[in-house]
Ligand binder design. Structure first.
Ligand code: NAP
Length: 525
């Protein structure tokens, strides 16, 4: 369903009027109104502004006509009203994926690879539009939005290639008249549930390997950022992904989730999101004993040793902390600094943080956009109040940004300690707490003192120390002297309560494959 431009303008004006009534200033937003409209207009022209669910190769409304508003977190503009579906439509999507499974799975790997490659090319050809759309619905700076398109598309390219490398095994038999084989086969229909913080990459990281090995998928993107998912589905359709192989439903999260979990046709659930929801899904998946992959929350430590190259450490920590306004699962949550360089690091890091320009992600030079919702800002405030009440010092920032109620100042807290909420819980915002430590053993103990185990970072010039610490950290990912480490060619995933399974790399495709053992016996001599 195309959204008429006149309706977009009307709903935007009404929404802005409502905002002013409740005291939220919007003069700055009005100035940017045209550029958002221009972006949406361009997306519409190219058929990439979709608002319906995508089921069995068709764009469909919710059966009861319900819609869900999607807002720009920087301006509170209404971007679109999308179909808000529930259990019934999800069942249809599962049926369509189930019906499409056989014919998709028996294509040759080369045939599936060709379609995925085409999808990759289309995603890259529409990099600008997709990057802008992501900035509109998620708020991340445009440079990060464009970066995510490249990152998201890289999984499609990688698995287009990997599709051709799903090898089985031949096992030397224990008896002479037997031959033993291992086949790798697609699991079947996959339910993929994704969050708002990477509206494209979290989807392609699941869908690309699933499709590559012959599975079909029902995707449920976050209600906060469904537009990028729908645009990606439109491009998959244009690339030749057959009807039913990829379906997208958004709306009532628990109804959609419950329906996916209850269905015996769905053989696998792949979820990225919070640990709380992940645990619920894992428990519910037991009902039909589904395969499960979970990419959950983190509490990433970043250890800066006395001998670290300070320039590298400041740059790496800044990138690992403030990317996407601190709203990534691999964002640093605790910065542990050895006492010998604590003061120097705190000073250099604080200066760098002060220079981060905050604003609407569409503006040139902006390095930190808004948080996704006002609730996210309130969580940040709660963490800061708690830390300050327990002795932390505000070195930089510490309050809502004057740009509006979803913006928060990049913040640095000194003298953080383990009694603070921020030492245990993901802040998921632009707050960097500095903790002091004395010895390597103490740093490892503090770093591992959490139920999470996703990303960790360390900065040192001592190679032996780097290896010792990397091996001792109870985390799925370790960055040594580097703050941005995600790539499609390396396995991504957590240990402990940060999840199970891996995405990306040659390991990522295993999550969508069953291993079948075939024994050929009684062979004639
Ligand atoms: P979330 O609240 O858990 O939501 C994630 C997805 O689950 C959304 O699509 C959400 O739908 C859906 N959902 C919520 N309740 C559900 C239910 N009962 N049944 C089925 N689906 C349900 O997480 P979030 O706030 O969007 O994302 C932030 C979290 O994700 C952070 O903890 C972050 O660390 C984690 N994350 C982890 C990784 C990783 O790779 N490990 C990557 C990115 C993010 P609606 O949005 O429509 O409600």
């Amino acid at each position: 369903m195309a959204i008429p431009t006149a309706m977009l303008k009307l709903s935007l004006r009404t929404h802005l009027r409502n905002l002013s009534r409740i005291g939220i200033p919007y003069a700055a937003h009005l100035q940017r109104q045209m550029s958002s409209e221009a972006i949406l207009g361009r997306l519409k022209e190219k058929g990439l502004l979709r608002s319906q669910a995508f089921i069995a190769g068709k764009w469909v409304d919710a059966e009861d006509g319900t819609t869900l508003p999607v807002y720009n977190p920087a301006t509170q503009e209404l971007l679109a009203n999308v179909a808000c579906v529930g259990g019934k439509e999800t069942k249809e999507a599962i049926t369509s994926a189930n019906n499409a499974f056989y014919s998709w799975s028996i294509l040759t790997a080369a045939e599936r690879s060709k379609i995925l490659r085409k999808w990759y090319e289309l995603l890259m050809a529409h990099k600008e539009e997709l990057g802008q759309l992501m900035t509109l619905e998620n708020g991340k700076p445009l440079k990060e939005g464009l970066g995510e398109v490249v990152y998201g598309a890289s999984f499609v390219e990688f698995y287009a290639e990997e599709a051709k490398r799903v090898y089985g095994d031949i096992i030397p038999p224990p008896l002479g008249d037997r031959r033993l084989f291992v086949l790798k086969q697609p699991v079947g229909v996959v339910g993929a549930i994704t969050p708002w913080n990477f509206p494209l990459a979290m989807i392609t990281r699941k869908v690309a390997p699933a499709l590559a090995c012959g599975c079909t998928v029902v995707v449920k993107p976050s209600e906060l950022t469904p537009l990028t998912a729908l645009a990606a589905a439109e491009l998959a359709l244009q690339a030749g992904v057959p009807s039913g192989v990829l379906n997208v439903v958004m709306g009532n999260a628990s109804q959609i989730g419950d329906t996916l979990l209850a269905s015996s046709q769905v053989k696998k659930i792949s979820f990225t999101g919070s640990t709380a929801v992940g645990k619920k899904l894992m428990a519910a998946a037991a009902g039909t004993v589904k395969k499960v992959s979970l990419e959950l929350g983190g509490n990433a430590p970043c250890i800066i040793f006395d001998d670290a190259n300070l320039e590298v450490a400041v740059k790496g920590t800044l990138a690992a902390k403030f990317r996407n306004a601190g709203q990534t699962c691999v964002c640093v949550n605790r910065i542990l600094v050895q006492e010998g360089i604590y003061e120097k690091f705190a000073k250099l890091f604080s200066t760098a943080v002060q220079e981060l320009r905050v604003g609407n992600g569409l503006e040139e030079g902006v390095l930190q956009g808004p948080l996704i919702t006002h609730a996210a800002v309130q969580k940040v405030e709660k963490h800061i109040q708690d830390a300050v009440s327990k002795g932390a010092k505000l070195l930089v920032g510490g309050k809502q940004h004057n740009l509006g109620y979803t913006f928060y100042e990049p913040t640095v807290l000194g003298d953080a300690n383990s009694s603070m909420l921020i030492s245990r819980e993901e802040v998921f915002g632009p707050v960097a707490p500095l903790f002091r430590f004395k010895t390597e053993d103490e740093a490892i103990q503090i770093a591992n003192d959490t139920q999470f185990g996703l990303a960790s970072y360390l900065f040192t010039e001592n190679v032996s120390q780097a290896w010792r610490v990397a091996e001792a950290l109870e985390y799925g990912l370790v960055g040594i002297n580097e703050g941005i480490i995600s790539t499609e060619v390396a396995p991504f995933g957590g240990v402990k309560e940060s999840g199970v399974g891996r995405e990306g790399s040659k390991y990522g495709i295993d999550e969508y494959l069953e291993v079948k053992y075939v024994c050929l016996g009684n062979m004639k001599p």
